[in-house]
Write a protein that binds this ligand. Structure first.
Ligand code: ARG
Length: 456
Protein backbone atom coordinates (compact mmCIF):
# COMPACT_ATOMS: atom_id res chain seq x y z
CA UNK A 1 0.00 0.00 0.00
CA UNK A 2 1.44 3.39 -1.00
CA UNK A 3 1.74 6.09 1.65
CA UNK A 4 -0.27 8.44 -0.55
CA UNK A 5 -3.06 5.98 -1.15
CA UNK A 6 -5.72 7.54 1.15
CA UNK A 7 -8.02 8.74 -1.61
CA UNK A 8 -7.61 5.66 -3.83
CA UNK A 9 -10.01 2.72 -3.90
CA UNK A 10 -7.70 0.35 -5.73
CA UNK A 11 -4.09 -0.79 -5.47
CA UNK A 12 -1.87 0.62 -8.16
CA UNK A 13 -1.32 -1.71 -11.11
CA UNK A 14 2.09 -3.34 -10.97
CA UNK A 15 3.05 -1.98 -14.38
CA UNK A 16 2.28 1.54 -13.17
CA UNK A 17 4.45 1.03 -10.13
CA UNK A 18 7.32 -0.12 -12.32
CA UNK A 19 6.81 2.67 -14.80
CA UNK A 20 6.63 5.31 -12.09
CA UNK A 21 9.47 4.08 -9.96
CA UNK A 22 12.76 5.93 -9.96
CA UNK A 23 14.50 3.99 -7.22
CA UNK A 24 16.70 2.05 -9.64
CA UNK A 25 18.54 5.28 -10.35
CA UNK A 26 17.75 7.72 -7.53
CA UNK A 27 18.89 5.29 -4.84
CA UNK A 28 22.35 6.65 -5.41
CA UNK A 29 21.18 9.76 -3.56
CA UNK A 30 20.40 7.83 -0.37
CA UNK A 31 23.03 9.65 1.66
CA UNK A 32 21.85 13.08 0.58
CA UNK A 33 18.24 12.07 1.21
CA UNK A 34 18.96 10.86 4.73
CA UNK A 35 21.21 13.78 5.66
CA UNK A 36 18.60 16.19 4.30
CA UNK A 37 15.98 14.48 6.44
CA UNK A 38 18.19 14.63 9.51
CA UNK A 39 18.58 18.39 9.11
CA UNK A 40 14.84 18.75 8.54
CA UNK A 41 14.00 16.66 11.63
CA UNK A 42 16.39 18.69 13.79
CA UNK A 43 14.78 21.89 12.56
CA UNK A 44 11.30 20.53 13.31
CA UNK A 45 12.46 19.78 16.86
CA UNK A 46 14.17 23.15 17.36
CA UNK A 47 11.15 25.12 16.21
CA UNK A 48 8.76 23.07 18.33
CA UNK A 49 6.84 21.80 15.29
CA UNK A 50 7.48 18.32 16.68
CA UNK A 51 8.76 17.55 20.16
CA UNK A 52 12.47 17.44 20.93
CA UNK A 53 12.29 13.77 21.88
CA UNK A 54 10.49 12.87 18.67
CA UNK A 55 13.06 14.77 16.69
CA UNK A 56 15.89 12.97 18.46
CA UNK A 57 14.27 9.61 17.89
CA UNK A 58 13.90 10.31 14.18
CA UNK A 59 17.47 11.57 13.84
CA UNK A 60 18.89 8.52 15.63
CA UNK A 61 16.87 6.14 13.45
CA UNK A 62 17.87 7.95 10.27
CA UNK A 63 21.53 7.69 11.24
CA UNK A 64 21.05 3.99 11.80
CA UNK A 65 19.38 3.57 8.41
CA UNK A 66 22.30 5.35 6.78
CA UNK A 67 24.88 3.12 8.41
CA UNK A 68 22.79 0.01 7.68
CA UNK A 69 22.64 0.89 3.98
CA UNK A 70 26.34 1.59 3.97
CA UNK A 71 27.24 -1.68 5.68
CA UNK A 72 24.92 -3.64 3.42
CA UNK A 73 22.68 -4.65 6.31
CA UNK A 74 19.75 -2.84 4.77
CA UNK A 75 19.12 -3.58 1.11
CA UNK A 76 17.38 -0.99 -1.03
CA UNK A 77 13.95 -2.25 -2.03
CA UNK A 78 13.88 -2.08 -5.81
CA UNK A 79 10.08 -2.10 -5.86
CA UNK A 80 9.81 1.09 -3.82
CA UNK A 81 8.62 4.19 -5.64
CA UNK A 82 11.74 6.23 -5.01
CA UNK A 83 14.53 6.71 -2.51
CA UNK A 84 12.51 9.28 -0.53
CA UNK A 85 9.59 6.90 -0.01
CA UNK A 86 11.91 4.03 0.77
CA UNK A 87 13.74 5.86 3.56
CA UNK A 88 10.50 7.12 5.08
CA UNK A 89 9.00 3.65 4.88
CA UNK A 90 11.93 2.05 6.68
CA UNK A 91 11.90 4.82 9.25
CA UNK A 92 8.24 4.19 10.02
CA UNK A 93 8.80 0.46 10.17
CA UNK A 94 11.55 1.01 12.70
CA UNK A 95 10.11 3.68 15.01
CA UNK A 96 6.40 3.54 14.27
CA UNK A 97 4.18 6.62 14.36
CA UNK A 98 7.00 8.99 15.29
CA UNK A 99 8.49 8.28 11.87
CA UNK A 100 5.33 9.58 10.27
CA UNK A 101 6.05 13.05 11.70
CA UNK A 102 9.18 13.54 9.58
CA UNK A 103 7.33 14.65 6.48
CA UNK A 104 5.69 17.59 8.29
CA UNK A 105 6.22 20.86 6.40
CA UNK A 106 7.89 19.07 3.52
CA UNK A 107 7.00 17.58 0.17
CA UNK A 108 8.85 15.20 -2.07
CA UNK A 109 8.99 18.09 -4.51
CA UNK A 110 11.33 20.17 -2.37
CA UNK A 111 12.96 17.00 -1.03
CA UNK A 112 14.05 15.81 -4.46
CA UNK A 113 15.24 19.30 -5.36
CA UNK A 114 17.31 19.33 -2.18
CA UNK A 115 18.78 15.85 -2.70
CA UNK A 116 19.71 16.59 -6.30
CA UNK A 117 21.42 19.84 -5.36
CA UNK A 118 23.37 18.14 -2.57
CA UNK A 119 24.37 15.28 -4.84
CA UNK A 120 25.46 17.55 -7.68
CA UNK A 121 27.44 19.81 -5.36
CA UNK A 122 29.58 16.82 -4.37
CA UNK A 123 29.94 15.73 -7.97
CA UNK A 124 30.92 19.18 -9.21
CA UNK A 125 33.79 19.09 -6.72
CA UNK A 126 34.73 15.57 -7.73
CA UNK A 127 34.76 16.44 -11.44
CA UNK A 128 36.83 19.53 -10.66
CA UNK A 129 39.42 17.39 -8.90
CA UNK A 130 39.72 15.16 -11.93
CA UNK A 131 40.06 18.10 -14.31
CA UNK A 132 42.74 19.39 -11.98
CA UNK A 133 44.61 16.09 -12.05
CA UNK A 134 44.56 15.96 -15.86
CA UNK A 135 45.74 19.57 -16.07
CA UNK A 136 48.69 18.70 -13.85
CA UNK A 137 49.73 15.88 -16.18
CA UNK A 138 49.49 18.25 -19.15
CA UNK A 139 51.59 20.87 -17.37
CA UNK A 140 54.26 18.30 -16.48
CA UNK A 141 54.47 17.18 -20.11
CA UNK A 142 54.65 20.81 -21.20
CA UNK A 143 57.48 21.53 -18.78
CA UNK A 144 59.52 18.74 -20.34
CA UNK A 145 58.89 20.00 -23.87
CA UNK A 146 59.47 23.74 -23.93
CA UNK A 147 62.17 23.19 -26.57
CA UNK A 148 60.42 20.50 -28.59
CA UNK A 149 59.79 22.22 -31.91
CA UNK A 150 56.83 21.01 -33.94
CA UNK A 151 54.62 22.40 -36.65
CA UNK A 152 51.54 24.28 -35.54
CA UNK A 153 48.60 23.65 -37.86
CA UNK A 154 45.70 25.49 -39.38
CA UNK A 155 43.31 23.60 -41.68
CA UNK A 156 45.43 20.59 -40.68
CA UNK A 157 48.17 22.07 -42.89
CA UNK A 158 51.54 22.90 -41.41
CA UNK A 159 51.38 26.58 -40.60
CA UNK A 160 53.96 28.02 -38.20
CA UNK A 161 56.58 26.63 -35.85
CA UNK A 162 55.55 26.13 -32.24
CA UNK A 163 56.68 23.86 -29.42
CA UNK A 164 54.91 20.86 -28.00
CA UNK A 165 54.69 22.70 -24.67
CA UNK A 166 52.87 25.56 -26.36
CA UNK A 167 50.37 23.19 -27.97
CA UNK A 168 49.76 21.25 -24.74
CA UNK A 169 49.22 24.41 -22.75
CA UNK A 170 46.39 25.38 -25.07
CA UNK A 171 44.53 22.38 -23.64
CA UNK A 172 45.48 23.33 -20.08
CA UNK A 173 43.89 26.72 -20.70
CA UNK A 174 40.68 25.06 -21.85
CA UNK A 175 40.63 23.03 -18.65
CA UNK A 176 41.21 26.18 -16.65
CA UNK A 177 38.04 27.65 -18.09
CA UNK A 178 36.25 24.37 -17.41
CA UNK A 179 37.14 24.67 -13.74
CA UNK A 180 35.97 28.28 -13.66
CA UNK A 181 32.69 27.20 -15.22
CA UNK A 182 32.27 24.44 -12.64
CA UNK A 183 32.88 26.97 -9.85
CA UNK A 184 30.22 29.17 -11.32
CA UNK A 185 27.80 26.28 -11.65
CA UNK A 186 28.51 25.30 -8.04
CA UNK A 187 27.45 28.73 -6.87
CA UNK A 188 24.02 28.40 -8.46
CA UNK A 189 23.63 24.81 -7.24
CA UNK A 190 24.53 25.79 -3.70
CA UNK A 191 21.06 27.20 -2.91
CA UNK A 192 18.80 25.39 -0.46
CA UNK A 193 15.22 24.70 -1.70
CA UNK A 194 13.69 22.87 1.30
CA UNK A 195 10.75 24.80 2.73
CA UNK A 196 9.29 25.36 -0.73
CA UNK A 197 7.22 22.26 0.14
CA UNK A 198 4.86 21.18 -2.63
CA UNK A 199 5.07 24.61 -4.28
CA UNK A 200 3.43 27.15 -1.98
CA UNK A 201 5.59 26.94 1.12
CA UNK A 202 3.99 26.18 4.46
CA UNK A 203 2.11 27.68 7.38
CA UNK A 204 4.42 25.97 9.89
CA UNK A 205 7.03 28.26 11.47
CA UNK A 206 9.98 26.44 9.86
CA UNK A 207 13.54 27.74 9.89
CA UNK A 208 14.93 27.41 6.39
CA UNK A 209 18.21 29.12 7.19
CA UNK A 210 18.91 26.64 9.94
CA UNK A 211 18.52 23.75 7.47
CA UNK A 212 20.70 25.54 4.92
CA UNK A 213 23.37 26.04 7.54
CA UNK A 214 23.21 22.43 8.77
CA UNK A 215 23.65 21.14 5.23
CA UNK A 216 26.37 23.60 4.24
CA UNK A 217 24.38 25.65 1.75
CA UNK A 218 25.32 29.30 1.20
CA UNK A 219 21.78 30.57 0.75
CA UNK A 220 18.12 29.57 0.35
CA UNK A 221 15.89 29.74 -2.74
CA UNK A 222 13.88 32.94 -2.82
CA UNK A 223 10.65 31.72 -4.41
CA UNK A 224 8.94 28.48 -3.45
CA UNK A 225 7.49 27.84 -6.92
CA UNK A 226 10.91 28.27 -8.47
CA UNK A 227 12.45 26.27 -5.62
CA UNK A 228 10.64 23.09 -6.68
CA UNK A 229 10.55 23.60 -10.43
CA UNK A 230 14.05 24.85 -11.20
CA UNK A 231 16.39 22.38 -12.84
CA UNK A 232 18.66 25.00 -14.42
CA UNK A 233 21.50 23.86 -12.21
CA UNK A 234 21.24 20.32 -13.60
CA UNK A 235 21.29 21.58 -17.17
CA UNK A 236 24.13 23.96 -16.41
CA UNK A 237 26.22 21.13 -15.00
CA UNK A 238 25.37 19.00 -18.04
CA UNK A 239 26.63 21.87 -20.17
CA UNK A 240 29.86 22.18 -18.17
CA UNK A 241 30.37 18.45 -18.65
CA UNK A 242 29.66 18.74 -22.38
CA UNK A 243 32.22 21.51 -22.70
CA UNK A 244 34.82 19.37 -20.91
CA UNK A 245 34.07 16.55 -23.33
CA UNK A 246 34.30 18.89 -26.31
CA UNK A 247 37.79 19.82 -25.14
CA UNK A 248 38.75 16.21 -24.50
CA UNK A 249 37.44 15.18 -27.91
CA UNK A 250 39.67 17.73 -29.63
CA UNK A 251 42.66 16.50 -27.67
CA UNK A 252 41.64 12.91 -28.46
CA UNK A 253 41.54 13.71 -32.15
CA UNK A 254 45.12 14.99 -31.98
CA UNK A 255 46.22 11.91 -30.07
CA UNK A 256 44.63 9.72 -32.75
CA UNK A 257 46.31 11.68 -35.53
CA UNK A 258 49.64 11.81 -33.74
CA UNK A 259 49.62 8.04 -33.23
CA UNK A 260 49.10 7.36 -36.92
CA UNK A 261 52.09 6.26 -39.04
CA UNK A 262 51.44 9.35 -41.15
CA UNK A 263 52.27 11.63 -38.21
CA UNK A 264 54.03 9.42 -35.66
CA UNK A 265 54.40 12.25 -33.17
CA UNK A 266 53.33 10.07 -30.29
CA UNK A 267 53.63 6.52 -29.04
CA UNK A 268 51.08 5.27 -26.53
CA UNK A 269 52.16 3.00 -23.74
CA UNK A 270 51.25 -0.63 -24.46
CA UNK A 271 49.09 -0.64 -21.35
CA UNK A 272 46.99 2.20 -22.74
CA UNK A 273 46.52 1.01 -26.30
CA UNK A 274 44.72 -1.95 -27.82
CA UNK A 275 45.38 -4.46 -30.56
CA UNK A 276 43.34 -5.73 -33.45
CA UNK A 277 41.86 -9.22 -33.50
CA UNK A 278 42.94 -9.72 -37.11
CA UNK A 279 45.76 -7.30 -37.94
CA UNK A 280 48.80 -8.18 -35.82
CA UNK A 281 50.63 -4.95 -36.61
CA UNK A 282 47.96 -2.71 -35.13
CA UNK A 283 48.24 -0.62 -31.99
CA UNK A 284 45.05 1.31 -31.71
CA UNK A 285 44.30 4.49 -29.74
CA UNK A 286 40.96 3.11 -28.51
CA UNK A 287 40.91 5.23 -25.37
CA UNK A 288 41.10 8.46 -27.32
CA UNK A 289 38.48 7.20 -29.76
CA UNK A 290 36.10 6.21 -26.97
CA UNK A 291 36.52 9.57 -25.30
CA UNK A 292 35.73 11.21 -28.64
CA UNK A 293 32.73 8.90 -28.99
CA UNK A 294 31.42 9.44 -25.48
CA UNK A 295 31.38 13.16 -26.19
CA UNK A 296 28.32 12.48 -28.34
CA UNK A 297 26.68 10.67 -25.47
CA UNK A 298 27.31 13.51 -23.03
CA UNK A 299 25.96 16.06 -25.53
CA UNK A 300 22.96 13.75 -25.84
CA UNK A 301 22.24 14.09 -22.12
CA UNK A 302 22.42 17.86 -22.34
CA UNK A 303 19.95 17.83 -25.23
CA UNK A 304 17.77 15.38 -23.30
CA UNK A 305 17.64 17.66 -20.24
CA UNK A 306 16.91 20.79 -22.22
CA UNK A 307 14.16 18.99 -24.07
CA UNK A 308 12.63 17.41 -20.96
CA UNK A 309 12.39 20.83 -19.32
CA UNK A 310 11.07 22.58 -22.41
CA UNK A 311 7.54 23.86 -21.98
CA UNK A 312 6.90 22.33 -18.53
CA UNK A 313 4.34 24.50 -16.75
CA UNK A 314 4.97 25.50 -13.14
CA UNK A 315 5.57 23.97 -10.71
CA UNK A 316 6.65 20.31 -10.26
CA UNK A 317 5.69 17.81 -12.98
CA UNK A 318 6.73 14.19 -13.09
CA UNK A 319 8.63 14.83 -16.34
CA UNK A 320 11.34 16.21 -14.09
CA UNK A 321 12.14 12.77 -12.73
CA UNK A 322 13.79 12.18 -16.12
CA UNK A 323 16.60 14.56 -15.18
CA UNK A 324 18.51 12.07 -13.07
CA UNK A 325 19.56 9.32 -15.45
CA UNK A 326 20.80 11.88 -17.96
CA UNK A 327 22.93 13.86 -15.54
CA UNK A 328 24.18 10.75 -13.70
CA UNK A 329 25.26 9.16 -16.96
CA UNK A 330 27.14 12.31 -17.95
CA UNK A 331 28.86 12.55 -14.58
CA UNK A 332 29.93 8.89 -14.63
CA UNK A 333 31.27 9.03 -18.14
CA UNK A 334 33.06 12.34 -17.88
CA UNK A 335 34.81 11.21 -14.70
CA UNK A 336 35.87 7.98 -16.37
CA UNK A 337 37.16 9.86 -19.40
CA UNK A 338 39.12 12.40 -17.36
CA UNK A 339 40.76 9.70 -15.31
CA UNK A 340 41.80 7.42 -18.13
CA UNK A 341 42.83 10.24 -20.44
CA UNK A 342 45.22 11.51 -17.75
CA UNK A 343 46.78 8.07 -17.39
CA UNK A 344 47.06 7.61 -21.14
CA UNK A 345 48.77 10.97 -21.55
CA UNK A 346 51.02 10.49 -18.57
CA UNK A 347 52.44 7.23 -19.95
CA UNK A 348 52.66 8.31 -23.61
CA UNK A 349 55.96 9.15 -25.24
CA UNK A 350 56.41 11.97 -27.75
CA UNK A 351 58.52 11.35 -30.85
CA UNK A 352 60.40 14.60 -30.76
CA UNK A 353 62.56 13.83 -33.79
CA UNK A 354 59.53 13.26 -35.96
CA UNK A 355 57.99 16.48 -34.76
CA UNK A 356 61.16 18.34 -35.62
CA UNK A 357 61.38 16.65 -39.00
CA UNK A 358 57.80 17.59 -39.77
CA UNK A 359 58.58 21.16 -38.75
CA UNK A 360 61.44 21.17 -41.29
CA UNK A 361 59.08 20.58 -44.19
CA UNK A 362 56.09 22.60 -45.23
CA UNK A 363 57.70 26.07 -45.17
CA UNK A 364 56.33 26.91 -41.76
CA UNK A 365 58.93 29.68 -41.57
CA UNK A 366 57.49 31.49 -44.61
CA UNK A 367 55.91 34.12 -42.34
CA UNK A 368 59.27 34.61 -40.65
CA UNK A 369 60.91 35.13 -44.02
CA UNK A 370 58.32 37.82 -44.79
CA UNK A 371 58.86 39.38 -41.34
CA UNK A 372 62.60 39.51 -42.11
CA UNK A 373 61.89 41.66 -45.15
CA UNK A 374 59.55 43.89 -43.16
CA UNK A 375 62.32 44.46 -40.64
CA UNK A 376 64.50 45.48 -43.60
CA UNK A 377 61.92 48.14 -44.48
CA UNK A 378 59.51 46.47 -46.95
CA UNK A 379 55.75 46.76 -46.53
CA UNK A 380 54.26 43.46 -45.27
CA UNK A 381 52.13 42.76 -48.35
CA UNK A 382 55.17 43.06 -50.64
CA UNK A 383 57.26 40.95 -48.26
CA UNK A 384 54.47 38.34 -48.21
CA UNK A 385 54.54 38.15 -52.01
CA UNK A 386 58.32 37.74 -52.16
CA UNK A 387 58.21 35.01 -49.51
CA UNK A 388 55.54 33.23 -51.55
CA UNK A 389 57.69 33.42 -54.67
CA UNK A 390 60.56 31.87 -52.71
CA UNK A 391 58.29 28.99 -51.64
CA UNK A 392 57.61 28.35 -55.33
CA UNK A 393 61.35 28.39 -56.08
CA UNK A 394 62.02 25.98 -53.20
CA UNK A 395 59.31 23.58 -54.37
CA UNK A 396 60.56 23.70 -57.93
CA UNK A 397 64.23 23.18 -57.02
CA UNK A 398 63.69 21.00 -53.96
CA UNK A 399 65.01 23.35 -51.26
CA UNK A 400 63.76 24.60 -47.92
CA UNK A 401 64.19 28.16 -46.60
CA UNK A 402 67.12 26.85 -44.58
CA UNK A 403 68.94 25.28 -47.55
CA UNK A 404 68.08 27.69 -50.36
CA UNK A 405 71.34 29.30 -51.63
CA UNK A 406 71.68 33.03 -51.06
CA UNK A 407 71.86 33.67 -54.84
CA UNK A 408 68.37 32.23 -55.17
CA UNK A 409 67.17 34.54 -52.42
CA UNK A 410 68.81 37.52 -54.06
CA UNK A 411 67.38 36.59 -57.45
CA UNK A 412 63.91 37.17 -56.00
CA UNK A 413 64.83 40.23 -53.92
CA UNK A 414 68.04 42.20 -53.53
CA UNK A 415 67.12 42.94 -49.92
CA UNK A 416 68.20 39.47 -48.73
CA UNK A 417 71.54 39.10 -47.00
CA UNK A 418 73.29 36.23 -45.22
CA UNK A 419 71.53 37.01 -41.95
CA UNK A 420 68.33 35.60 -43.45
CA UNK A 421 69.44 32.10 -42.44
CA UNK A 422 69.35 32.90 -38.75
CA UNK A 423 65.87 34.38 -39.25
CA UNK A 424 64.41 31.29 -40.88
CA UNK A 425 66.05 28.92 -38.42
CA UNK A 426 63.17 27.15 -36.69
CA UNK A 427 64.56 27.69 -33.20
CA UNK A 428 64.84 31.41 -33.91
CA UNK A 429 61.34 31.44 -35.35
CA UNK A 430 60.00 29.98 -32.12
CA UNK A 431 62.12 31.87 -29.66
CA UNK A 432 61.69 35.27 -31.28
CA UNK A 433 57.96 34.95 -30.67
CA UNK A 434 58.35 36.37 -27.20
CA UNK A 435 54.91 37.92 -27.22
CA UNK A 436 52.86 37.04 -24.13
CA UNK A 437 51.03 33.83 -25.02
CA UNK A 438 53.55 32.91 -27.71
CA UNK A 439 55.68 29.79 -28.20
CA UNK A 440 59.09 31.10 -27.08
CA UNK A 441 60.55 29.35 -24.10
CA UNK A 442 60.28 32.60 -22.17
CA UNK A 443 56.56 33.04 -22.95
CA UNK A 444 55.73 29.40 -22.35
CA UNK A 445 57.40 29.48 -18.95
CA UNK A 446 55.19 32.43 -18.02
CA UNK A 447 52.14 30.44 -19.13
CA UNK A 448 53.25 27.48 -17.03
CA UNK A 449 53.71 29.72 -14.02
CA UNK A 450 50.22 31.12 -14.35
CA UNK A 451 48.63 27.70 -14.86
CA UNK A 452 50.51 26.17 -11.94
CA UNK A 453 49.17 28.91 -9.73
CA UNK A 454 45.65 28.11 -10.88
CA UNK A 455 45.85 24.31 -10.72
CA UNK A 456 47.55 24.08 -7.34
N1 ARG B 1 10.91 10.54 -7.75
C1 ARG B 1 10.46 11.87 -7.91
C2 ARG B 1 11.44 12.65 -8.80
O1 ARG B 1 12.54 12.25 -8.98
C3 ARG B 1 10.34 12.56 -6.59
C4 ARG B 1 9.34 13.67 -6.54
C5 ARG B 1 7.99 13.15 -6.63
N2 ARG B 1 7.01 14.14 -6.43
C6 ARG B 1 5.75 13.97 -6.80
N3 ARG B 1 4.94 14.93 -6.56
N4 ARG B 1 5.36 12.88 -7.37
O2 ARG B 1 11.10 13.68 -9.35
Amino acid sequence: MKMWQGRFKKEEDESVNDFNSSISFDSRMYKQDINGSIAHAKMLGNTGIISKSESEKIVAALKEILSDIESGKLAIDETAEDIHMFVEQVLTERIGDTGKRLHTARSRNDQVALDTRMYLKDEIISVKEKVNALAKVIIEKAKANTETVMPGYTHLQRAQPITLAHELLAYANMLKRDVMRLDDCFERTDVMPLGSCALAGTTYPIDRNYVANELGFSSITENSIDGVSDRDFVIEFAFCLSMIMMHLSRFSEEVILWCSSEFKFMELDDAFATGSSIMPQKKNPDIAELVRGKTGRVYGSLTCLLTVMKGIPLAYNKDMQEDKEAIFDSIDNVKLCLEIFAKMLDTAVFCKDNMKKAAGYGFINATDCADYLVKKGLPFRQAYKISGELVAVCIEKNYTFETLPIEEYKAVSEVFEDDVYSYVDLNTCVNERKVPGGPSEESVKEQIKSLEKFFN
